[in-house]
Design a protein around this ligand. Structure first.
Ligand code: MSP
Length: 593
C-alpha cells in the first residue's frame, strides 16, 4: 500500500474525533446482492466506471473497465427492466498535474487537450455500445459545484486542517509515496532518477503547505465496514488486501496543492491559493452524476457499484469511503475490482509501442465479437494476455461455429421449411423420464440438457453478482455445446416431416433447441447486445419478451402453455457471426511480425 509516511504534518492537530454514528448506518451496505431472478428487492442500482485520464488516447484496458460496468448494468436491466431503476456513469478525469503537464508537452492549452481526448473516449464508448446514462467531464460546472460543496461539508465537520506536506509525489499516478516505495533508475541522461517502485513513473520531492484530511481517524470505521460486509470489495482477494492495508499505519492525507504549482483544477473554496487534490476532485464525480448536492442524489446513494482496476483500489477502497464517511454518507454498496490486460506478456505502454487500439479491434472483430472476447477472457482476479490469434480462435469456435451453427441448424429452410417455432410433444419428451410411453424418444442426456439450461439464468446471475462475467459466459458456452450435442444426437435432418412417427419428435427436437437458443440470446444481451438482438429477432422473440422475468424456459415441458409454439420465426438475416478465417490480410501480417 502507498502510505504517506514521508509526510510531516505540522498543522492544527488533535481536533476532537468525529462522531460518525448519526449518519453512518450499517443498514445501507449489509443487504445481499441485488435481486436475482427478476425479483425487485433493492431494485435501484447505480454503476460507475472510473473516469479516464485524458493525457492519452483510450486503449483496450480502458475499454475493458467500461465493458465490465456495461455488462453488469445491462444484466441488472434484464432483472429489473425499468429505465428508472438503473443508472450508469462514465466520463473523463480532466484536472491535475498529469493533464497540466501532458498539455504543456503537447503545446496545447489544457482545455484543448481535454476536449480532444474526452471526445475520443466518448466516440469509443458510443461505438462499443456502452449504454451509459451519463458521461461526466470533471471540467463541467456541475462538477465544480459538487466538489466545492463536498469540501465545505468536510471542512464544517472539522476534518480538514492546514499543515506542511513534505514528501514524494508521482504526477503520472497522481499520488503520494513513502520513501520505501521509491527507487532509483537511470534516466534519459544516464543519471539515477527517483521513480515509483510500483509503476516506474518519475517522482519529485514536494514541500508545501496544504489542506490535510484526517484520514487517520477512519481506520476503525473502515475496518467495521469491511468486516461487516465481506462482499463489499469483490473479488475476495482484493477485500483481504484492503483489510491488510488497514492493519498498517493510516496517515492523514494531503488534499490540496499550491495553485502556483497546480493551476489546472478546482480552487479550494475561500482560498484561491490552493487547488483541490485531483483524486478528491475525481472521486466526487460519482456524486455529481446523481445530482449531489441536491437531495435527489439520496435515491441513488449508496446503491452504488464502482467498477475499477486494481491500480486504483486504494483510492476507492480507503480514501473514498473515508471521505464519504467524513461527509456523513455511507460507503458504496460494492467495489468490483479487475486486473489488467498485458500484450504478448508485456505491460501495455506507449514507450514499448504495444498499445492496442480498441477501435481497430472493434473494426476487425466487430463490436459484439470484441466485447465477447474481452469479457469471456478477462478474469478479474489476475492479469490476462492479449494477442490477435486468441481472439480469432475464440470467436470462430464459440460465436461463429457453436452458436451461429446451432441457430442455422434449427432455422434453416431445409430443416424447418414452415419457418415456425414447432410444437413440443409431451409424449415424446415427458417431464418424468421414467414415464415415457411408446412414443417417448428423449434420452438421459436430453434431460441433463433441459436441467442445465433451466438453471442457467440463475447460475449466470450468481456469476454476475460475484463479478465473474467470464464464468457466466463459460456456462452459456458450455450449454451451447450441450445443445449442439443434443441436435447432433437426434439428427433432425434425418427425420421426415411427412412421417407421422417422425414429425412430432422432429418438432420437439427443434422446439427444445429453439428454447435453448432463446435462453442463450436473452443471457447474452449484456455482452453481445446486437448479436443477441439479431438472434432473438430471428426466433421471433419480441422486445417485451427479453427480460429474465419473461424467460419461462420450455414451459410446455413443465406443463404450461408456450407463447412461442406455432409462432412464425423472424426473418432470415444471414449468418449470425461470420468466421474470422486465417485469410484476413491483417492476421497474415500479425503472424509474420
Ligand atoms: N483517472 C483515474 C480514475 C479516477 S476514478 C475516480 C484513472 N484513470 S486511468 O485512465 O488511468 O484508468 C482508468 C481505468 O483503466 C482504471 O480502472 C485502470 O485500472 C484501467 N486500466 C488502465 N490500464 C489497464 C490495463 N492495461 N488493463 C485493464 N485495465 C486497465 O486511473
Amino acid at each position: 500500500m502507498l502510505r504517506i509516511s514521508a509526510l510531516r504534518l505540522l498543522g492544527r492537530r488533535g481536533a476532537s474525533r468525529v462522531s460518525l454514528s448519526e449518519d453512518f448506518s450499517l443498514r445501507h451496505y449489509s443487504s445481499g446482492p441485488l435481486g436475482v431472478r427478476g425479483d425487485t428487492r433493492d431494485s435501484r442500482a447505480y454503476f460507475t466506471t472510473p473516469i479516464f485520464y485524458v493525457n492519452a488516447a483510450p486503449h483496450i484496458g480502458h475499454l475493458y473497465s467500461a465493458l465490465l460496468a456495461d455488462a453488469l448494468c445491462r444484466h441488472h436491466r434484464l432483472r429489473v427492466p425499468s429505465d428508472a431503476a438503473t443508472g450508469f456513469s462514465t466520463g473523463t478525469d480532466e484536472h491535475g498535474l498529469k493533464i497540466q503537464q501532458a498539455a504543456a508537452a503537447a503545446g496545447l492549452a489544457p482545455s484543448e487537450l481535454c476536449d480532444r481526448v474526452s471526445a475520443q473516449f466518448q466516440q469509443l464508448f458510443r461505438e462499443a455500445d456502452i449504454s451509459s446514462t451519463d458521461f461526466i467531464r470533471t471540467t463541467e460546472a456541475r462538477h465544480r459545484i459538487a466538489v466545492q460543496h463536498f469540501w465545505r461539508v468536510l471542512k464544517a465537520r472539522g476534518l480538514l486542517y492546514k499543515g506542511l506536506y513534505e514528501g514524494w509525489y508521482c504526477a503520472s499516478d497522481e499520488c503520494f509515496l513513502p520513501e520505501a516505495k521509491v527507487t532509483r533508475q537511470p534516466g534519459p541522461s544516464g543519471d539515477l532518477c527517483p521513480v515509483s517502485l510500483e509503476s516506474g513513473h518519475p517522482v519529485s520531492w514536494t514541500k508545501e503547505e496544504n489542506y490535510i484530511f484526517r484520514l487517520s481517524q477512519f481506520r476503525e470505521p473502515l475496518q467495521d465496514w469491511l468486516r461487516g460486509d465481506p462482499q463489499a470489495i469483490t473479488p475476495e482477494p482484493f477485500h483481504h488486501t484492503v483489510l491488510q492495508w488497514l492493519e498498517e499505519e493510516l496517515p492523514d492525507l494531503s488534499v490540496s496543492r499550491r495553485s502556483s504549482h497546480l493551476h489546472w483544477g478546482i480552487p479550494v473554496p475561500g482560498d484561491d491559493s490552493q487547488t483541490i487534490y485531483v483524486w478528491l476532485d475525481a472521486l466526487v464525480n460519482y456524486l455529481t452524476v446523481i445530482g449531489y448536492p441536491n437531495a435527489e442524489f439520496k435515491s441513488w446513494w449508496p446503491t452504488t457499484s464502482h467498477i475499477i482496476g486494481k491500480d486504483i483500489l486504494k483510492f476507492h477502497a480507503i480514501y473514498w469511503p473515508a471521505l464519504l464517511l467524513g461527509a456523513g454518507m455511507s460507503p458504496p454498496h460494492r467495489i468490483y475490482v479487475h486486473s489488467h490486460w498485458t500484450v504478448c506478456g508485456q505491460k501495455m505502454s506507449k514507450s514499448l509501442g504495444n498499445v492496442v487500439d480498441p477501435r481497430t479491434c472493434l473494426d476487425r472483430y466487430t463490436v459484439d465479437g470484441f466485447r465477447y472476447f474481452l469479457l469471456r477472457q478477462g478474469v478479474p482476479s489476475w492479469d490476462c494476455d492479449y494477442y490477435d490469434e486468441k481472439v480469432v480462435k475464440l470467436l470462430d469456435s464459440e460465436l461463429a461455429d457453436a452458436l451461429g451453427g446451432l441457430l442455422n441448424r434449427c432455422t434453416a429452410n431445409r430443416i424447418n421449411p414452415s419457418g415456425i417455432y414447432p410444437a413440443f410433444c409431451t409424449a415424446c419428451f415427458p417431464s418424468e423420464p421414467g414415464s415415457a410411453g411408446p412414443s417417448g424418444r428423449a434420452q438421459a442426456e436430453d434431460y441433463a440438457l433441459v436441467s442445465a439450461v433451466a438453471t442457467l439464468p440463475e447460475q449466470v446471475a450468481d456469476h454476475y453478482d460475484n463479478f465473474q462475467i467470464y464464468k457466466a459466459l463459460e456456462a452459456v458456452s458450455s450449454c451451447v455445446r450441450q445443445t449442439n450435442g443434443f441436435v447432433q444426437r437426434h439428427a433432425p435432418w434425418k427425420l421426415n416431416w411427412e412421417s407421422p412417427v417422425d414429425a412430432p419428435w422432429l418438432g420437439t427436437v427443434l422446439h427444445v433447441a429453439l428454447e435453448c437458443l432463446r435462453v442463450f440470446g436473452t443471457l447474452l444481451q449484456p455482452v453481445t447486445p446486437s448479436l443477441a438482438d439479431r438472434l432473438l429477432s430471428r426466433l421471433g422473440v419480441s422486445s417485451t419478451e427479453r427480460s429474465l422475468g419473461e424467460l419461462h424456459f420450455l414451459s410446455r415441458f413443465y406443463g404450461h402453455p408456450s407463447p412461442f409454439e406455432g409462432r412464425r420465426l423472424g426473418p432470415e438475416t444471414g449468418i449470425l457471426f461470420p468466421r474470422l478465417d486465417q485469410s484476413r490480410s491483417w492476421l497474415v501480417k500479425a503472424h509474420k511480425t
